[in-house]
Design a protein around this ligand. Sequence first.
Ligand code: NDP
Length: 481
Amino acid sequence: MTEILNYINGELRKPGTDAWLDNVNPATGKVYSQIPDSDAGDVEAATKAATDAFRQWSVTPVKQRSDLLLRLSALIQQNLAKFAEAESIDNGKPITLATQVDIPRAVSNFHFYGTAALHTHTQAHAMENTALNYTLRQPAGVAGCISPWNLPLYLFSWKIAPALAAGCTVVAKPSEVTPMTAYLLSELCIEAGFPKGVLNIVHGLGTRAGAAIVEHPGIRLISFTGGTKTGEWISRTAAPMFKKLSLELGGKNPGLVFADCDLDHAVSSSLKAAFSNQGEICLCSSRIFIEKTIYDKFRDAFVKKAAAMKVGDPMNPETKTGAIVSKTHYEKILSCIELARQEGGQILCGGEPVKMSGDNAGGYFIQPTVIEHLPHDCRTNQEEIFGPVVTLLPFEKEEEAIAMANSTRYGLAATLFTTNLNRAHRVAAKLDSGIVWVNCWLLRDLRTPFGGMKQSGMGREGGFEALNFFTEEKNVCIKIS
Ligand code: NDP
């Protein structure tokens, strides 16, 4: 059985205590590899390596840092099929999605930041005939990067790439649920010739290895993507040490469908937004508000398509809906569906586990589920489920739709379907949402800042904002005499 190893100080290492965790393939329910159950001792070793490496890496010419990131990007591209297979087995996501979206986007992340670092700029403020101020940005130190299981390599690279490009060294922890692609990445870092200690990857539990990263006084910044509850604990723990934080947290994303939309497009895009990756994308729509005059038409078309979505073996290239990532998460989603029933929701399709045969008999599969007749303020419509479950709600007036959309504690992403340009601008401005997609979903330009409002997070990732996050800003004021 494969043993996944930590990557510390340029070497692949067993955990200090030789303690291991099972890594389960969610499509079969079977253990297929072992991962380090790392503890504070491993994090200490990784932080020491990163601290030692920072001295040189932070002053390494940006062109050399860029060359290494571009080499890593090219190596992942060359190994795309291997990475996609690993991600699909680890996560349960359809291999086609991993091949076409997740891994190519990880390739792009390293490529984007490898080149962006060459083109940074800074501000200058002239005080007329008195002084010139300019902002100097310097690498901030050792960064802790902690990522979740839903888009394993994509979100892992989304943090690591800007950190390394900006001249920070890194102690990173992928989710213990989906560690394989981060392990493959560490092998490629060695092949690419990364200096030892620049990137360190510690595998293990969030509450042990992850917490040790947050608690370590030598780690100056934390870039975290995961649940709001974990984000809250990280904020509380890091605050007394005044660490710089970037938190990308949970969501309960609304989709707004107006009667003047292109209905076929709104139905097919909303379907993708609801059920891609089994609904396990933080940007998935989970509440769809539909103008009353087209509610029945939209609902019938949407449910017909959702019911036709075949749940299947993630390794089959035809599969569009794979397995839920873990037994614990599968049980959580089923309990949320049960709660929706108790709250008076009517299940229009799905709502049940799917029993598979052969190798997949022990896997965790749930049919895409559509629910209606629930008020906007019930628990089902307020709490994040993070699975293939969506509710439909009618509205009469634009203001009512906006108020219901904004009624949760979250504010991550929203979709809006309308052909009225004025309405598009007006509603987008009023939604509590870090990103609003109009007549589309999941289009991402890496140059744009990304992040949530309210309890969906703080700070912005993406673009030059992410590079700036990993730097300390200094104002230099020169007197003109
Ligand atoms: P968690 O918050 O449980 O975990 C995220 C990461 O943090 C994992 O690596 C986890 O390790 C680790 N972790 C857990 N507890 C701690 C701790 N006390 N200290 C440090 N690290 C810890 O989230 P999930 O992995 O369940 O991911 C799903 C969540 O992520 C959803 O809420 C989703 O909305 C959100 N998300 C947000 C995104 C955004 O951009 N805003 C994007 C993608 C997901 P381990 O896995 O070992 O527990």
